[in-house]
Design a binder for this molecule. Sequence first.
Ligand SMILES: *Cc1c(COP(=O)(O)O)cnc(C)c1O
Length: 479
Amino acid sequence: MKLIFERGEEGQFLSILPKCDVPVTKLPEKLKRAGAPHLPHVSENELSRHYSTLAKAVHGVNDGFYPLGSCTMKYNPKINEQVSALPGFTGVHPLQDDSTVQGSLEVLYDIEKALCAITGMDALTLQPAAGAHGEFTGLMLIKSYLRSKGQADVRKKIIVPDSAHGTNPASAAMCDFTIVNIPSAPDGCVDLDALKAAVGPDTAGLMLTNPNTVGVFDKNILEITKIVHDAGGLCYYDGANLNAVMGVVRPGDMGFDCIHLNLHKTFSTPHGGGGPGSGPVGCKAFLADFLPGVRVTRTAKGAYKSGSAKKHFGEVKAFGGNFLVVVRALAYILTLGKEGIPEASKNAVLNANYMQACLKEDYDLAFNVYCMHEFVLTLDRLHKETGVSALDLAKGLLDRGIHPPTMYFPLIVHEALMIEPTETEPKEMLDSVIAAFKELKKVAYENPQALHDAPLHTPVRRLDDVRAARTPVLRYKFS
Ligand SMILES: *Cc1c(COP(=O)(O)O)cnc(C)c1O
């Protein structure tokens, strides 16, 4: 397809600028650009077609099933969009006086209270813009705390299980911690002996997600957090899998000291290209003074006041974070309410178990247990017997209008496909996807070449993803 710069021609335009309503001021010469900017020359009609063409070339939650494990690609309710588009929210400026933005401050205050209630934390910042950004923020809280105790130079190690999301060790490394990897037990949970052997006077903390990345709730969680605490370390909860347990069990009660949430996963705000993310970080009271970002308090008279934490370690983003994303998440929480939130989680777990039960005759489960909100298949045997890999199967799904599950993650499972249907899919959809999986298995044994050749019906066929990662072309070359 043509890029926007290749459409239209000089002289076409679509902007009708409003009349200037401020005094015209001359720009200093040194601030002026050297040449004219490269702007597309298109009419509104051409622009509109351009975006329609782009929209048809991608697959999003509005196009079909999107079971990308660990990413919770749930439906994004339209009421969230309506609420966040209210001019009272879109028209405010972060430097406005508190008295003029009481409603926006109330949003920040209310969602902090709601997310703390859901997670069992005492305080929370909405500043981080993504889960990984939240991990960085949470680890900086741990670091700030250790510094305040004079232990930062001794406690330098962060323990991360080998099933962890890649962002966990990456965030720890960015905070200048040393990473200690521990192996998982055969059931995918934390190996208690390995943990006991890993902790010591140099332990800063542990990073863990529960349920873990194989979709299993770690039954030893209280013992795990105790082992770390007894050694003097802190426990960090990667909240990416909260969709399995929200409103049912709280990380604060499992023994975690700080957490991040992914509003773009669990709390139904758009993911990726649909908008910016948000990775709020919650903590227990003893860490609250170190939190970055806007802290909103309520006076005795009910007025909202913005401020910052006493000993915050710095800012991780401007002002209150991606505010309009936060508005969407609050709309979601208030729509579901106290009963709806645990019900959503329970349905997410039900949907995953239904799919797992229907697929386990045809595919090998990485762990044959009741799962939480997601489960992992291993295509190791299928690969050995037919030559069809998890990647080939994923490409076959694309031809059937289904977004592939997460592939080759967690790393501890060979030929892994990690499926997370979410609670927002009806049974008819699950059944049709189950049928597609069963059909693909047949194809793998009868005509494996068909899957090596897939996809046939997508806008582009197989891409050279190694070259795309190693030598990406990120800028358009103007002739
Ligand atoms: C998605 C995810 C993250 C990172 O979150 P982003 O918002 O993508 O930065 C961390 N851990 C796990 C387990 C995840 O699934």
